[in-house]
Ligand binder design. Structure first.
Ligand SMILES: [Zn+2]
Length: 512
């Protein structure tokens, strides 16, 4: 697909006529570059070494020992966060989890370790970087030598490989086994901690939250409780960057590659998580051209889980970084050691997190494409519905938690429609939007366009500091449109797509 030359020429002419400055896309921010360059491989290695030294970090292990087990590990992470900067607000989120299922064989106190770096100008908006600090050893392999295999990472109950059915008694027996968890997920935890250290030396507009979850291996327990808590508190979380198994670059079969990272989102077209993954790819590869972001439009590896998913359940945009080259034989075993992983690869993925989180936290909020609540009906049938104060209205999967306020269904059950119309002529594309955050921080807007079948936005049109844009002779019926805000510093917001609500079946009355 290409828009007609005429259209592009007209767009350019409009820009010129209005005296707009040229697009500042592809700009790199010196502060983001500094943050990226300060991520230390040596420090990441030292963190993983220390995490491994606790013997096990199994959430169900003895928490009373000062040197071994989950209690010692979480206290060390807490103290490290504290030591990085007085500006980090460090806390334990403690949850009293009742005995349930196979893996939680007794009541247990679960502690997520959270460090918050408050934002300067948009502190209510949060960007999360997370990993899970707990580890697991599933014990001896079953007869026949088959590894529990990929069914095991926070098993969802049904793994692809023949995972042995362990009983609560087995899990109890295994709770104190050596579980170094260097890669799963010492690697993700080390990335989170190193970024907390580096980023807490700088100011950001938005709040950055560094999270080390527990209970992932019991079924995403710590992250689910944390996501539910955030939802209950109406937290505005723009993005969750979760890191799990980011520490190997040679797979169990010898397939190798340290220049790609997999990024899982979900399978719903233009969902908030997919939009976030497009952002990660664009910004990540811009700052780190040596690294490729493989955006996988699936929730996770098949049959397995990670801590981004519970945040999606609460309506937040969340993605998972993971290596495309896993070694299943070491996962959830005593062989998940520092020697069996690649710290340089972990550092690369950590830097990718750094540039994306820093860029987001220094950029405007994504524009809103629904009419403000209370504003009257729109032209050409667009708008007119209440509750348009967010981007939530027409988004799939309960989106909009990232935007201001909560999703409100339109009066009369009708879903609001985004501010995109065929214009006065009925044959043009007329887009409208409004800022979600402080207007003074916005330099201008960029309209993005792509065919419906294309994975990434293909055309970007800088339209200056406007709140509407007309594309002559462009049909809104065969393309996808979106809008993003550019900050005064060149930073880019996430894209807000114009998503029309699906048509809903209505009953038809027949003459009796
Ligand atoms: Zn894991």
């Amino acid at each position: 697909m290409k828009m007609s030359q005429k259209t592009l020429a007209l767009g350019a002419a409009l820009c010129f006529f209005a005296g707009y400055s040229p697009a500042d896309e592809s700009a790199v921010n010196p502060q983001v570059v500094k943050v990226m360059n300060e991520v230390s491989e040596d420090r990441i290695k030292a963190i993983i070494e220390k995490l491994v030294s606790f013997g096990t970090r199994n959430t169900m292990s003895n928490a009373e020992d000062a040197a071994r087990g989950v209690g010692a590990a979480r206290q060390w992470i807490f103290d490290q966060f504290k030591s990085y900067s007085p500006r980090l607000e460090v806390r334990f989120d403690k949850f009293r989890v009742k005995k349930q299922g196979q893996r939680i064989f007794k009541d247990v106190d679960l502690y997520d370790v959270i460090a918050v770096l408050p934002g300067k100008t948009m502190p209510e908006t949060q960007v999360w970087i997370s990993g899970h600090y707990d580890s697991l050893n599933l014990g001896a392999r079953p007869a026949g030598g088959a590894a529990p295999g990929p069914g095991g990472d926070a098993a969802t109950g049904g793994g692809a490989a023949a995972a042995p059915q362990l009983t609560p008694a087995d899990y109890e027996k295994n709770a104190e086994l050596p579980a170094p968890g260097a890669c799963d997920d010492g690697s993700g935890t080390a990335a989170v901690m190193e970024l907390a250290r580096v980023m807490s030396q700088y100011d950001f507009d938005k709040t950055i939250v560094f999270a080390a979850f527990a209970g992932e291996e019991q079924g995403l327990v710590g992250s689910q409780l944390e996501a539910e808590k955030a939802h209950k508190e109406n937290a505005v979380i723009e993005a969750v960057l979760n890191n799990d198994i980011i520490g190997t670059e040679v797979s169990g079969t010898g397939r190798t590659g340290n220049s790609t990272v997999n990024l899982y989102s979900d399978e719903t077209m233009d969902s908030p998580s997919q939009e976030l993954s497009r952002y990660v790819r664009e910004i990540g590869e811009r700052y780190i051209p040596a690294m490729r972001v493989n955006t996988v439009f699936m929730g996770d590896r098949l049959g397995r889980g990670g801590d981004h998913t519970p945040f999606q359940w609460e309506g937040y945009a969340a993605v998972r970084f993971s290596t495309p080259n896993e070694i299943y034989a070491n996962q959830h075993h005593a062989t998940d050691t520092l020697e069996n992983m690649s710290v340089p690869y972990t550092a690369r993925v950590a830097r990718m997190n750094a540039v994306v989180a820093a860029s987001l936290a220094l950029s405007p909020k994504a524009p809103l494409v629904f009419r403000a609540a209370g504003q009257g009906g729109g032209r050409n049938g667009a708008g007119g519905a209440a509750g348009g104060g967010t981007n939530a209205g027409a988004a799939p999967v309960a989106a909009g938690r990232g935007a201001d306020g909560a999703a409100a269904p339109a009066a009369g059950g009708r879903r609001p429609t985004p501010l995109i119309t065929r214009g006065r002529s009925q044959y043009d594309a007329q887009l409208q939007w409004r800022p979600a955050g402080p207007d003074a921080s916005i330099k201008g807007y960029v309209v993005v366009v792509r065919p419906t079948t294309a994975p990434y936005w293909e055309q970007q049109i800088y339209v200056g500091k406007a709140t509407e844009y007309l594309m002559k002779d462009v049909s809104i019926d065969d393309l996808k449109f979106g809008i993003k805000a550019l900050g005064m510093n060149g930073g880019e917001s996430l894209v807000t797509p114009y998503l029309y609500p699906p048509r809903v079946k209505a009953p038809i009355e027949l003459v009796q």
